[in-house]
Ligand binder design. Structure first.
Ligand code: SF4
Ligand code: SF4
Length: 87
């Protein structure tokens, strides 16, 4: 959306519902983990563009130093493979 609005010819405004997750004062939820036995490697979660998600050995992997626990990826996974906390 940011790219789209930057490219617009007319003035535009983006109103965010939440502060940027990269701000230091923003508190994050616990990072998600991948249940490897349930992940089929379909890459649907990768379409989000979240920098915390990658594919490793054919399965999704979450970098817990980057994940802010927003759970958006879990909503996309049809296989219920993304969970909060240790698996
Ligand atoms: S969407 Fe779910 S099953 Fe597909 S790669 Fe991601 S975690 Fe694995
Ligand atoms: S919970 Fe949010 S920040 Fe963490 S991997 Fe999923 S989409 Fe990325």
């Amino acid at each position: 959306m940011v790219k789209e609005e930057l490219a617009a010819d007319e003035p535009s405004v983006i109103i965010s519902r939440r502060p940027c997750a990269l701000l230091k004062y923003v508190r994050h939820d616990a990072p998600l983990t991948v249940k490897e036995d349930q992940c089929v490697g379909c890459k649907s979660c990768m379409r989000l563009g979240c920098p915390a998600i990658s594919i490793r050995n054919g399965k999704a992997a979450i970098d817990n130093t980057l994940c802010v626990g927003c759970k958006v990826c879990a909503q996309l996974c049809k296989f219920d493979a993304l969970k909060t906390g240790e698996v």
